[in-house]
Design a protein around this ligand. Structure first.
Ligand code: SF4
Length: 306
């Protein structure tokens, strides 16, 4: 569904969108870097306006264990209704969900009211569903829908938890508006600033700000870092990420996940020794480091501290 967007201003013949740090300046008929915010001319006023084209458009829908988000220290043992749309403000060459993040995938419209009904129905069938997760593609560029749903859920079903799985690339103003409705977030911390610029078309600084803001606001946060062979497994990057979290709060759980080739990136899989080297540093800095995308045998090898 197309709906007028929030967080934009008219700048001459273009519209400046400031929902995320990309700060796109978009011409009439064009779309922002996220692929979901388009400049159109209002039929009645003939003024330019920014619209969102993925409001309520659902591409992915599942009931997942909360641990799959991954959130290991927030309501463990429960499940959560998980939905996603299409679009992303990053262009990660290694994206695991590129079919919905980088393309306008087929979708079905579900209004916020219908989503509440689905949540209620799910409750009658599944006892340990704790709420809803906005996940699979980037929820911050789905802002209008996520905000409307979150507000409505907290009003009508106050016991339900709201979770975001995000790249953290959002400007301060919308983030502060959304945080009061959010219970938990998993935020990616992908690498140093060069990594963000070269592999994602993004930047590290704003992501660190999001992590700090969400944590200081009292939202439960966990962090995920996909360790990619030869890209972010060097000691400097691992130390940068580990030290940032250590200084913020060493109890914040960190998930390090093993990379395998995907989408446009064909580096060989991250070696077990690269994983082990990172784990060895991080576990000395942080209380909770989890290793993902490995077998039990591999996990044992990686987590055996030297
Ligand atoms: S939300 Fe989309 S249109 Fe707006 S600044 Fe970010 S990438 Fe550009």
């Amino acid at each position: 569904m197309i709906k007028e967007a929030l967080y934009w201003e008219l700048k001459g013949e273009r519209i400046h969108c400031f929902l995320c740090p990309n700060h796109c300046h978009i011409k009439e008929g064009h779309i922002g870097a996220c692929g979901v915010r388009e400049v159109q001319r209002d039929v009645e006023s003939s003024h330019l306006k920014l619209v969102t084209i993925n409001y309520g458009e659902i591409t992915s829908f599942a009931i997942d264990p909360i641990e799959k988000k991954p959130l290991y220290m927030f309501k463990p043992g429960n499940v959560i209704l998980s939905i996603g749309s299409f679009g992303c403000n990053f262009k990660c060459s290694f994206c695991q969900n590129y079919s919905i993040s980088q393309y306008k995938a087929d979708s079905t419209y579900i209004s916020p009211n219908e989503l509440i009904d689905i949540l209620k129905k799910t409750d009658s069938e599944i006892k340990n569903n704790i709420g809803i997760a906005f996940t699979y593609n980037e929820p911050s560029i789905w802002f209008e829908y996520v905000y409307d749903c979150a507000q409505m859920i907290k009003d009508k079903l106050p016991d339900k938890k709201i979770v975001l799985v995000s790249n953290g690339y959002i400007t301060k103003e919308p983030l502060i508006e959304l945080l009061p409705f959010i219970d938990a977030m998993n935020i990616d911390l992908k690498g140093d600033d060069i990594f963000y610029k070269q592999l994602c078309n993004g930047g590290l600084g704003h992501v660190l700000e999001t992590v700090k803001l969400a944590h200081n606001f009292g939202v439960h946060i966990e962090i995920t870092t996909l360790l990619i062979n030869g890209e972010n497994t060097d000691n400097e990057t691992v130390q940068l990420l580990g030290d940032f979290l250590h200084n913020l709060d060493k109890k914040i759980p960190l998930h390090i996940s093993r990379y395998f080739p995907n989408y446009k990136l064909d580096n060989p899989p991250t070696t077990l020794d690269e994983m082990k080297n990172a784990y060895n540093y991080l576990i000395k800095k942080l209380d909770n480091v989890f290793v993902g995308n490995v077998s039990e045998y591999e996990r044992e090898y990686i987590t055996k501290v030297d």
